[in-house]
Write a protein of this length. Structure first.
Length: 296
């Protein structure tokens, strides 16, 4: 396979998205998943697939197209995982998985796509946006014209602790600009036994009701149930895969300390081939430090 085609495809999308201010159409149902995706793991793709199938199975929007959006952060996100690989490469790797998922579920009218909203806002709007785009801004604007009842966002359980506690910026708005799909995380020792109980224990109504938590017409929350009603907890066993661990293991394979076959439990084989095709050999004198993940 010629993996450069993924970059060429991304460049075509980029021009289209610039013209459309994000590139997402307004028809149907939309699901948002943000992240650095550096690199995208099998866990990301499984969560995306399960979330889309959950919305489809609930039959809340019969006959409507479901579009799942992978929304990668821009290059101004101050993490090593971003500094050592470009937005174009992260989008290209996501596109590999998005294409496969779309092909698998085309009979269900589900489309998976890479949405460059956060990247293009940083490129197009100037220095004010040369920083990470807050989640509430991204979710409110990546699909501005669509019925909010048809917008879903995927937030992991750990993220939800901060949102229901009111410690994220505009936590109230995050709860009410979409319906939240929450994949559970692996249970640690001595923790409350269910995701709902763990979330319930973190809710702070006083923080959520602070005026600065919302740009919406603010209706104060009066009960924990009002918060929990905004969250749909997904019922599946999560894969415990860390992108940071995966980057370390990729470098261990590169240096001969780990077998490549071990990585295929955590990363799509074509995504791994893409990384390999954009990575030099450190034992080769022509190797450049600009290779993907060489400095991670």
């Amino acid at each position: 396979m010629d993996y450069i085609t993924y970059k060429q495809k991304y460049l075509k999308y980029k021009q289209k998205y610039l013209a459309l201010k994000g590139g997402a159409d307004e028809d149907g149902v939309h699901i948002w998943l943000g992240g650095s995706f550096s690199p995208p793991t099998l866990g990301h793709f499984i969560i995306a697939e399960f979330s889309a199938l959950y919305v489809h199975s609930q039959n809340l929007h019969p006959g409507e197209k479901i579009t799942f959006h992978f929304v990668p952060v821009n290059d101004y996100y101050a993490k090593d995982s971003i500094n050592c690989v470009t937005a174009g490469d992260r989008c290209a790797m996501l596109q590999i998985g998005a294409d496969k998922l779309t092909e698998t579920h085309k009979d269900k009218n589900i489309i998976f796509r890479v949405n460059t909203f956060e990247i293009l806002v940083a490129e197009k709007e100037g220095e004010f946006f040369h920083k990470p785009i807050p989640s509430y801004y991204s979710i409110a604007n990546f699909q501005p014209g669509v019925d909010r009842k048809k917008v879903y966002t995927v937030q992991g359980e750990d993220n939800m602790y901060g949102i229901v506690a009111g410690s994220w910026k505009k936590s109230y708005d995050l709860l009410f600009t979409s319906t939240i799909l929450c994949p559970p995380r692996n249970l640690a020792v001595n923790e409350l036994p269910t995701t709902e109980l763990r979330l319930r224990s973190k809710i702070n109504l006083d923080n959520l009701n602070k005026k600065e938590q919302s740009d919406l017409i603010h209706q104060p929350l009066t009960s924990l149930e009002e918060v929990l009603a905004r969250i749909k907890i997904l019922d599946f066993e999560p894969l415990d895969i860390s992108s940071s661990d995966l980057r370390r293991e990729i470098n261990e394979v590169r240096s001969g300390k780990r077998e490549e076959a071990n990585l295929l439990r955590k990363i799509d084989k074509d995504v791994l081939e893409y990384i390999k095709s954009h990575t030099g050999n450190p034992n080769d004198p022509t190797h450049k430090d600009t290779s993907m993940y060489s400095k991670c």
